[in-house]
Design a protein around this ligand. Structure first.
Ligand code: SF4
Length: 434
């Protein structure tokens, strides 16, 4: 049995880089250090449908038929070239070179290109463009942070090793006693498993994050709070929290969808960033978004290098335009404008609003995904890729913006191609047809 060490886990934005994979007869049979969800990414689950050949059907009511790769690429290119408002969406579970190819393709077909941040941290990335990005690395959190906040985030379930590797439990250079050297504050309306571990649980009322952040900022600046309770939290508790934040040697704010997707959206993040800026007048404080898919951050980086915007980029007028709500994939589907869609490395069928999924079921849909998903079953064409980080190399950006090299651990099925290669071939065909 071969043991491949220091493998990066391509599942969540924590990108744990200490995984060991045990390989026997071309299969990963065991992992060490991975959490349960990371482990399941490396090992093929019994019953999961893996696509190993391109599939096609003209009519969505028909069954899929196997076709060769060249024909599938040609049909894909024809659909994208014929469409008036084509969409390219996904990217968060693949590596950065595929992102580059996806951006080039979007420009050629004059389509809208975006990633899954539309339905998770999109508000964070446009707030960062509004008011800045006081970030640090996860290594700094581990070595320095003595006050850690998880706001609208439940890493016990969504990022299972985050607290043990970086946020709460590990011994760091200046935090040699690990958990005993840190105060953990959790802001969540629910009694989540993360909240159960907290020193302070601020049980904010749902959708009142903006009010609570504003009250903390006011108290921090020395104003007297006028209400006894704000956003479900007593003013005494707010004053107590502010004292802890002010007296931190190094504070960290981790935040996730519980605050980006509640009322206020990117304005919540605007004001959270302003809070961190205010705190830096008194101590050292930084923030990191808890990114979900392992390379959702990578797409926002690549998209920004290429177009100047992090997501929701519309090339229909020949140059990049960014106006979320107008140039977003979800809204284009909801308005019924989109007339073809290429989905790669994501599952909008499971996460988009119902009416957007209905539109996806009516228009020509191409899906590049290794496994059967609620999206792939709506497709006309399925193109089978290798799995980056397991069967192929690549680059991914951790939630703190650190790029890591993904390893190839085992060989992919014979007839699959890397995502970047599939997109490159579609681009080439598009060029021939234009
Ligand atoms: Fe993989 Fe995330 Fe689990 Fe780490 S915490 S092993 S990156 S799923």
């Amino acid at each position: 049995m071969d043991v491949i060490k220091n493998v990066v886990c391509p599942f969540c934005g924590t990108l744990c880089d200490d995984i060991e994979c045990f390989v026997e007869s071309g299969h990963i049979v065991k992992t060490r250090n991975a959490c349960r969800i990371g482990h399941s990414k490396f090992t093929h689950k019994k019953g999961a449908v893996r696509y190993t050949e391109p599939l096609y059907r003209e009519n969505k009511k028909d069954d899929f038929k196997k076709i060769d790769f060249d024909t599938a690429i040609e049909k894909t290119a024809e659909i994208l070239v014929d469409a008036k408002k084509p969409l390219i969406y996904g990217f968060s579970a693949t590596e950065c070179h595929a992102h580059i190819e996806g951006m080039k393709l979007a420009e050629k077909i004059r389509g809208i290109v975006s990633n899954t941040a539309e339905v998770c941290h999109g508000p964070s990335v446009w707030a960062l463009q509004d008011v800045g990005y006081p970030i640090c690395t996860l290594g700094e959190v581990k070595n320095r942070a003595d006050v850690v906040i998880y706001w609208g985030s439940n890493p016990m379930h969504a990022h299972p090793r985050h607290m043990s590797r970086y946020g709460v439990f590990p011994r760091g250079f200046f935090r040699s006693r690990g958990r005993k050297d840190r105060i953990l504050i959790v802001v969540d309306p629910r009694e989540s498993d993360t909240a159960k571990l907290a020193d302070i649980h601020l049980k904010v009322e749902p959708h009142k994050d903006y009010e609570l952040i504003s009250a903390i900022r006011s108290a921090l600046k020395g104003f007297e709070l006028q209400s006894e309770t704000i956003a479900g939290i007593s003013k005494e508790m707010i004053y107590e929290t502010v004292e802890i934040l002010k007296n931190a040697q190094y504070g960290e704010l981790f935040f996730a969808m519980g605050v980006t997707q509640t009322t206020g959206k990117h304005r919540n993040i605007d004001t959270a960033i302003e809070l961190v800026i205010d705190l830096n007048a008194q101590t050292k404080f930084t923030l990191i978004p808890m990114r979900g898919h392992y390379n959702v951050n990578g797409f926002n980086q690549v998209c920004t290098w290429i177009s100047g915007f992090p997501l929701c980029v519309d090339y229909s007028r020949g140059f990049p335009e960014f106006n979320p709500g107008d140039t977003s994939v979800t809204d284009s589907l909801l308005r019924g404008e989109a007339d073809a869609m290429l989905n790669i490395a994501s599952d909008p069928g499971a996460h988009f609003p119902q009416n957007a999924v209905k539109r996806m079921s009516k228009i020509p849909l191409i899906c590049i995904d290794p496994h059967e998903t609620p999206t792939s079953v709506l497709a006309n064409i399925i193109l089978p890729p290798t799995i980056a980080g397991v069967e192929d190399t690549g680059t991914a950006y951790r939630m703190d913006g650190v790029p890591l090299e993904l390893k190839k651990v085992i060989d992919p099925p014979e007839s699959t191609l890397a995502d970047r290669e599939i997109l490159k071939r579609i681009s080439k065909k598009v060029e021939e047809l234009l």
